[in-house]
Write a protein that binds this ligand. Sequence first.
Ligand SMILES: NC(=O)c1ccc[n+]([C@@H]2O[C@H](COP(=O)([O-])OP(=O)(O)OC[C@H]3O[C@@H](n4cnc5c(N)ncnc54)[C@H](O)[C@@H]3O)[C@@H](O)[C@H]2O)c1
Length: 246
Amino acid sequence: MTNRLEGKRALITAAGQGIGRATAEMFIAEGAEVLATDRDTGLLEGLDCETMRLDVRDDTAVREGVARARPDILFNCAGFVHHGTVLDATDDEWDFAFELNVASMFRTIRAALPGMLERGGGSIINMSSAASSIIGAPDRFVYGTTKAAVIGLTKSVARDYIARGIRCNAICPGTVESPSWHDRVAALGEKLGSHEEALQAFVSRQPMGRVARAEEIAALATYLASDESAFTTGHAHVVDGGWSGQ
Ligand SMILES: NC(=O)c1ccc[n+]([C@@H]2O[C@H](COP(=O)([O-])OP(=O)(O)OC[C@H]3O[C@@H](n4cnc5c(N)ncnc54)[C@H](O)[C@@H]3O)[C@@H](O)[C@H]2O)c1
């Protein structure tokens, strides 16, 4: 299949690297008109589409991005992983994570939804995680709590606009190779005194014996963005190599 997103306009947050970038590339390849955004514009270089600096914590920038993109597809990809248990978490980490991982989606959806309703439809895709209400992952207290909130937010939006052409779904990946994942492996490597051991610790909990490629998550985002998924809304879609499925 080709041109699965022809005639559609997409706004993507955190498109500079990792899953966001892989998704931007796939959306472009499938014929969408993409506005790829990121807090760090340097990371957007090389993408064959319109780009813009957008920090998802900045409501004015969010509104500018939405006005520019007039999106039929909104992919909320920005998010940050904090490490640790409830006893490790600080108030600042909690506030930062809810701001970046959850409140940003409230802002982008609030800005994009009126235009989608006016044009008769839209697909909103929110980045959650398998570490959420799906499973409790070790040392992911703040992160997992925010990503569970993303699922609640997703279901609420889906329910309220189900009869008005709007679909809203969440993606729940397992562990995905990305620049920030490499940082997490490196940090654990320093703690353990061996990079190889850290890599092994991440990979050993994967039933398939490997982590995901960002393209494998982008493929789900593309499906949810396209009309192929026209009967699908309000769900948390797990793509985790069987991590939560056993
Ligand atoms: N990598 C994984 O294992 C994994 C698993 C499940 C879910 N996720 C989620 O997928 C999303 C992307 O993660 P990734 O690992 O693919 O990419 P990443 O963490 O390597 O990159 C994150 C991107 O977000 C951008 N960013 C950070 N703060 C921003 C802000 N305030 N506004 C706009 N952009 C900002 C960064 O510049 C960077 O380009 C996140 O929401 C993450 O929680 C990742």
